[in-house]
Design a binder for this molecule. Sequence first.
Ligand SMILES: *Cc1c(COP(=O)(O)O)cnc(C)c1O
Length: 404
Amino acid sequence: MKRHIYMDSHSTTPVDPRVLETMLPYFTEKFGNAASRNHAFGFEAEDAVETARKQIAQLIHADPKEIIFTSGATESDNLALKGVAEMYREKGDHIITTTTEHRAVIDSAKALEKRGHAVTYLSVDKDGLVNPDDVRNAITDKTILISIMLANNEIGTINPIAEIGKIAKEKGILFHCDATQGVGKIPVDVSALGVDLMSFSAHKIYGPKGIGALYLRRKAPRARVTPMLDGGGHERGFRSGTLPVPLIVGFGKACEICEHEMESEATRLSALRDRLHAGITKALDEVYLNGHPTRRLPHNLNISFAYVEGEAMLMGINDIALSSGSACTSATLEPSYVLRALGVGSDLAHSSIRFGLGRFNTEEEVDYVLGRVIETVNRLREMSPLYEMAKEGIDLKTVQWAAN
Ligand SMILES: *Cc1c(COP(=O)(O)O)cnc(C)c1O
């Protein structure tokens, strides 16, 4: 029987069976509309939503009233950037973000530039870290929002969010953080981080797809956004639309499980991740870690295997779900913009593989993946004239290539 191993948990995660079990009754007998305030079906649904709201708020140390349900982190990012831009238009038109944000933030910022806003995209260092001094220096009297991610979805680097939060507070500027990869994996406290708006999503933490949240600080300062949807005024008017009760119940349960198990899970997964990393560096030469060596998500490993195309690797190990920094997700041949932003050369960016370990990966699976990676890299390098030349001591930079 062919094995299929999932090791791509930055893309999505399976629903934890305990989460699914809590959701099921809300598809059938408990199907009420949480906005129906005139009968038991509605009350039951509303109660379930409020229980989930508490579980979610608890995981990030927020007040339940500060949680706005959305369809996911993409919507939360859009609502944060576009909603703040519109709400505070009189105050200013400048936004600060970084070059390594998720597309949902970068593309929202690009859309705002088309509408006349000014955006500063801060660069990061070779490990993917944003420098808080760069944030401070980019602030003008027109700045209305700083948006910087907690942990990067490709390289797992964890930004100095609390330091940036201090600067934002000192300058009286709202601070949004896309914490989708961090919530449920590392401790997150919105007040300790000094965050005023925060995006996260259920399906990255073993909850269902199609539900996420925007944390919106209620006081000191009170953050507000102009809603993107007009309608029934749900979610304190910030996001209209009938609440998807089963998904919200699942999101709540997923957060509750993370709260209890995050610490032991991080310990277990970082040990497995380190085992994989050590195994790879022991067996193969010319492998390079992308992202910060220590300030990184416990379950993330991103490695460039020189002289091997990431896409060829993925095809060679098609019984394991992994992700590459190559072009497959876009129509262009550009390698990962995140790796390029770290200064990783185009060749090494195309050679990168992201391993995203998860709750259901076992040590046996990690060892199997390790074996397959080593075998595949060796096989592909054997077919690579460039690798052979490099091994013979030829400096590839000095080679004169014929044009045709
Ligand atoms: C997955 C992800 C998103 C998008 O979340 P969805 O819920 O799938 O819309 C946004 N930001 C980051 C950092 C992510 O990892």
